[in-house]
Design a protein around this ligand. Sequence first.
Ligand code: HEM
Ligand SMILES: *[C@@H]1O[C@H](CO)[C@@H](O)[C@H](O)[C@H]1NC(C)=O
Ligand SMILES: *[C@@H]1O[C@H](CO)[C@@H](O)[C@H](O)[C@H]1NC(C)=O
Ligand SMILES: CC(=O)N[C@H]1CO[C@H](CO)[C@@H](O)[C@@H]1O
Length: 568
Amino acid sequence: MSESMPTSYIMLVNAVLAAFIPLLVYLLYLVFIQPRFNPLRKLPGPPSKRWRADHLGMVMNPSVSPRMHEAFVKQYGRNITIRGPIPWDYRFFTLDPVALGHVMKNSHLYEKPWQSRRLITGLIGCGMLAAEGAAHKRQRRVATPAFSIQNMRALVPLVFAKGHELKERWAAMIADPIAGDSGKDARRRIDVCHWVSRATFDVIGSAGFDYQFNAIQNESNELFNAYKEMFEVAISQQQGSYRGLFAIYFPIIDVLFPDKAVRTVRRCQGVIRRVAGQLVQEKKRKIAEAEASGVAHQGKDLLSLLLRSNAAADLPPEQRISDEDILHNINTFMFAGSDTSSLSITWTLFLLARYPSIQTRLRAELLAVAPTASLAALTSEEIASLYAAVTDLPFLENVVRESLRLIPPVHSSIRVATQDDVVPTSVPVRTRMPDGSVQDLMHVMVPKGAFIHVPVEGFNMDREVWGHDAWAFNPDRWDNLPEAVASQPGLYNNTLSFSAGPRSCIGLRFSIIEIKTFLYILLTNFVFAETESQVGKANVVLTRPYVIGKHMEGSQCPLYVSPYVAEA
Ligand code: HEM
Ligand SMILES: *[C@@H]1O[C@H](CO)[C@@H](O)[C@H](O)[C@H]1NC(C)=O
Ligand SMILES: *[C@@H]1O[C@H](CO)[C@@H](O)[C@H](O)[C@H]1NC(C)=O
Ligand SMILES: CC(=O)N[C@H]1CO[C@H](CO)[C@@H](O)[C@@H]1O
């Protein structure tokens, strides 16, 4: 026994070396050899050391990114290379509308990286946000009719009901003599971010799958807490956990050594599969029953619409999606549709608190279409015609566009090239040629496997495009846009806030209804003002508000909220 110890030890060392030497050689190849052939190295860009040159901090931190983007353009042009966290991670960074338009349009050449897809799939399943190729096409095809203009309009009364419920809740909080400041200046410091988030959860629960979280009332619903806890894990994972990063590359780690986060996610997924899975089955049964009895099923929620669209007679059987996929997409709507909407409403209220004269002007416009009766007394038809009047208001439209342009909840995104590609540009790119000379080319060579940074905020805030005041909140700019804006890519009014191309946001109309409805109800009932706390932005998956100096307290946006009293 004692004799064999050293021998087996040496064998082990040999085995480890045998495994490590190829790995080391490969690593040296990645760091020293492969970059020489990477055409992205020929592009200009911020200086970098070979081993550590992570530029992502500069371009992803919303308190510096607008300045960094501008400095890049000034120093290196619009078509540059930046470096990611690992030494061979050269990324294409472009603020050129033609180049980015090409990337977003050709979603089969530029996919979402498997790393982020694996992360999303591990949480909410492989729904529309994470799927690629044929699977994505199938899901998107089934979901598209569900998000039609008519179907979205039918959801308006549900959204109004939730906005009204939030208004009642805030009115009660302000009137509460213990908690609120008493006196005629009744106002209350409310964390708008927290409350609007509870309300948008309720909206997507009700409009998404006909389910009441009752989160505006209390946070005790089991399914609500399962989603909330799971999304909180997703958020904390992005905050630089090396274990989380490691587990993406070696998922076996989560199986062998589940940590607290992994166990939480599993528990939440159990609840979701049980409760939401049951909802899917119940809905399917109801639709089948309705069909058997010859009356059309009336459900207006996204789940009903998805199930009906999936069962449509003109859909070829191989184009249908499984029940599992339906559930993953319900999870996806929860994940993609609640925090994003809540943040855009929160940031708009924040901007209106900061610019009181714009708030007053907007309120006057909204009050002009307000009915004399209380919202609670209106029929669905009356609410529909009220919303039709609200959505046509020009200043509201400008405020919503401007807020989504200036603080897009999705700050940036990422794609990966699935093959070598030639990306056209709108202006010549100074490129170093193999013989050392420099030429101006109208294209960029992007190698297979390279990441492309998609600077959503970067495009939205480009001062050379939007004008010298592009960093300011100025809703009136939309009545008089510079010509250059028209050639910017983007689904939503030449902004990238809802992305662009085949993978752009399917929930755009849904969220505009939600944002406008909430702004209408909240601004006609309350006045919003800044508090002593200074609010700044930080990217934690999405661009969220934090009280400066109190990041540890988590995302919050305190504002003074007081009842609006019409002047006599
Ligand atoms: C203000 C609110 C919203 C914003 C700013 C927003 C923004 C975005 C963006 C930027 C993307 C592209 C993501 C990427 O390429 O990395 C996206 C995709 C998506 N969004 Fe939204 N979104 C919002 C609301 C919603 C809502 C309410 C829903 C659903 C009810 C939704 C469902 C989706 C889905 C399913 C995708 C994936 C589409 C695909 O890949 O085919 N979003 N959204
Ligand atoms: C939460 O609110 C719902 C709806 O108003 C109510 O049915 C439920 O009893 C409440 N739960 C708790 C714990 O207060
Ligand atoms: C702005 O975007 C909305 C939604 O896509 C669209 O209906 C509207 O026509 C656009 N307006 C302009 C001026 O581009
Ligand atoms: C440095 C470089 O060649 N970049 C080009 C990319 O785009 C800008 C136009 O905005 C050009 O001025 C640069 O020449």
